[in-house]
Write a protein that binds this ligand. Structure first.
Ligand code: ATP
Ligand code: MG
Length: 687
């Protein structure tokens, strides 16, 4: 490859460079980059991607998979820029072929559409999100009649969690029950029949749930014998955040690259935080053995992200773990302040401290988007969101309640799904019952008719509904016949559905105006996708994850504070980070049952939070929480103690600060002159 002063390779350290040029730009043996947070794993993968393109690899034959569409798109964008530096604009054209980039689920969906006929799958299948899947599980429960009786059968979401775990871990049901759901073990027999019914229901509806996308993809290669064909479409398979893949995903990779040729995976076992969804940290630890003796392992030790002080504290916290590798990272960055451990009186003081810190930093020139507030659970940020709105501080939230979860948005999407796939029962029930006069019984009849129909348009026209439903029913039939053939084009189809939905919206909701705005927002998002199928697939798999005070994704060039669950903050970095609720019960969560495996996962999560910070880190410990009364004791205050992940012996790594109660009158606000629609904000928060 050509080397110039601007050669991007020159800017890498030797270990990174070795990983980037591994195989000299051709198809190479299996490569694992295993290294701690902020050591440039993603950076290295991006350089490798660019290097492959520069060395003549066909970009259409490169498969890149990571945990979110956003992350994948960002990596492609950066690789493209790097390639342009050395190759000029040709690289841009080449890089446009890098279309196989996304999540495992999205890539699976794409291949399955193509290969559906080979496995007897309807290529028009729709995809169910977790909530739709739980509804179908409820339907199956009902059909089986297991929900009654004196003993309490597990709830639909628990049933789905058990099912999902068995699928993703590729483990037998009794093992899953024993290890993760012991209180449901007595239902073994019933669950088994339930899952059989659930699978039948999915097939009859021509829907796939999230797990199916992996399961069928895997089956496509293993059982349908298409491994060589599908694997043969790619020369290079690159995977980021490999520590969070499950057994099914590693099985897919193995089927794609049986001897590991052209396979590059990167990750950090200390950041494995998805065991609760059957992620298997052994995937990354066992990689060298799985491809022994051909696997190349590269470790990186220099952290480029954080100051030595932040890194020392994070190292100390993860060093307390009772398991896992010891990785001492070093940072060559100039010294900075020690991370701050701030004890405050209560949650209100915590919120006040954050607002003051954030505004002060902004005064000093640090943009809001360089600052993040991280928390263990989405609802922890509720009080902060209210205060940010009050003080006119714009923010976006990742990993919380999704815009798509709102009832009216779901109604419109369900309508599109039914049009796309008339056998989708869960969507069908939702849509049909929007029409006054159509109840569960009529809906069932209609859906049965549709399920058997060769021509759904005709079948629908022939259906008879109760007289009082008739006028609106005819409108629905007209919509269905108009949108289904696809002649309206995209996003015209969505617009037609919205217009049809309008009177239902008016009738069902008092606050129709902001909801109407949401639907327009949805149309704006939809315009970015090529067609109905693509839109429905992508939006279900990787929904716009941010809620903002505009109830849609923010515009690129606006400034806003980042609020994020720690899980959603994976892979990212900010100049300043505040960690909310650094107390026992929040992190570790009181949902962790206290087994050492669970506590260690919570510890790794805390480590992920700390290692997001580049310059300044604050962990806040509110001493008093207000809990709403369960039981007879009513509302009351409870006292919390500092997270066990910072025991006394680690206090030396922190600047321990006790922040006095703030005076409420001093609360500063960001003077933007903008008014904030508090009503829609509150609605977006609580659904
Ligand atoms: P995580 O485990 O959190 O995903 P990571 O190992 O993927 O972290 P990156 O996000 O790739 O780390 O890199 C962390 C930061 O270090 C980024 O800002 C990146 O630009 C920078 N960086 C990485 N390598 C180098 C390098 N050789 N020279 C300068 N900066 C670098
Ligand atoms: Mg990374």
């Amino acid at each position: 490859a050509l080397r110039t002063d601007s050669d991007p390779l020159e800017r890498l350290n030797p270990a990174q460079r070795a990983a980037v040029v591994h195989g000299g730009g051709g198809v190479a043996g299996p490569l694992l980059v295993i290294a701690g947070a902020g050591t440039g794993k993603t950076h290295t993968l991006v350089h490798r991607l660019a290097h492959l393109v520069r060395s003549g690899a066909d970009p259409r034959r490169i498969l890149l998979m990571t945990f979110s569409r956003r992350a994948a798109a960002e990596m492609v964008r950066r690789a493209e820029r790097l390639a342009v530096e050395t190759m000029g604009p040709t690289a841009e054209v080449l890089a446009r072929g890098l279309t196989w980039a996304g999540t495992f689920h999205a890539m699976g969906a794409r291949l399955l559409r193509e290969y559906a006929p080979a496995i007897g799958l309807d290529p028009g299948f729709t995809i169910h999100d977790r909530e739709d899947s739980a509804d179908l599980m409820a339907l199956a429960r009902h059909r089986l009649g297991v929900a009654g009786g004196p003993r309490r059968f597990p709830a639909k979401s628990t049933c789905l969690a058990i099912y999902s775990r068995a699928v993703n871990a590729r483990a037998p049901l009794d093992e899953v029950l024993r290890d993760a759901f012991p209180w449901c073990a007595e239902w073994h027999g019933e669950l088994k029949s339930l899952f059989a019914t659930y699978v039948e229901a999915k097939q009859a509806s021509a829907v796939l749930d999230y797990d199916d996308l992996l399961l069928y993809w895997h089956g496509l290669m293993q059982e349908a014998g298409l491994a060589a064909e599908i694997g043969g479409r790619f020369d290079h398979v690159l995977v980021d955040e490999y520590q969070d893949t499950n057994r099914l995903q590693s099985g897919i990779l193995l089927a794609l690259r049986p001897n590991g040729d052209g396979l590059t995976v990167v990750g950090d076992d200390a950041q494995s935080i998805y065991a609760f969804r059957a992620a298997e940290v052994r995937n990354i630890l066992d990689f060298p053995d799985a491809f022994s003796p051909r696997a190349t392992v590269v470790t990186l030790e220099q952290n480029y992200r954080s100051t030595p002080e932040i890194l020392a504290a994070a190292n100390a916290v993860i060093g307390e773990a009772t398991e896992g590798f010891r990785k001492e990272l070093r940072s060559d960055r100039p010294a900075g302040p020690r991370p701050r451990l701030a004890t405050v009186w209560d949650e209100a003081c915590q919120v006040d401290l954050i607002c003051r810190d954030v505004l002060a930093a902004r005064e000093e020139g640090l943009a809001l988007r360089e600052q993040a507030v991280l928390f263990r659970t989405a609802h922890h940020s509720g009080p902060l969101e209210v205060e940010l709105v009050r003080r006119n501080i714009p923010f976006v939230k990742f990993g919380g309640l999704k815009f798509l979860d709102a009832a009216h948005v779901k109604d419109v999407l369900a309508t599109l799904r039914l049009v796309q796939n008339p056998r989708d029962r869960v969507s069908g029930f939702r849509v049909l019952q929007l029409i006054p006069g159509i109840g569960a019984a009529t809906a069932t009849t209609v859906l049965d008719t549709l399920a058997d129909a060769a021509d759904p348009d005709e079948a629908l026209s022939a259906v008879r509904v109760p007289a009082r439903a008739n006028a609106q029913w005819q409108e629905f039939v007209a919509l269905f016949r108009q949108v289904r053939p696809g002649k309206l084009g995209w996003p015209g189809e969505l617009e037609a559905v919205r217009q049809w939905y309008e009177p239902h919206l008016e009738r069902r909701h008092d606050d129709a105006a902001p909801r109407r705005a949401d639907l327009l927002q949805l149309e704006a998002i939809a315009a970015g996708f090529g067609d109905r199928t693509r839109f429905l697939t992508e939006i279900t798999l990787d929904p716009p994850s941010a809620t903002s005070d505009e109830s849609g994704p923010p515009h690129r060039d606006e400034d806003y504070l980042i609020l994020s669950t720690i899980h959603s903050a994976k892979g990212q970095e900010w100049r300043r980070v505040h960690v909310l609720n650094g107390v026992d019960g929040c992190i570790p969560s009181d949902l962790a049952t206290g087994t050492s495996a669970e506590i260690n996962e919570e510890r790794r999560l805390f480590y992920v939070a700390m290692t997001r910070a580049r310059d300044e880190l604050t962990v806040i410990v509110p001493q008093r929480f207000y809990v709403h009364g369960q039981s007879k004791r009513g509302d009351r205050h409870v006292y919390a103690s500092r997270t066990r992940f910072i025991p006394d012996r680690l206090l030396g790594h922190f600047e321990v600060a006790r922040i006095p109660v703030a005076t409420a009158t001093a609360a500063p606000a960001l003077a933007t002159g903008a008014t904030v629609d508090l009503a829609s904000r509150m609605r977006a928060m609580w659904g």
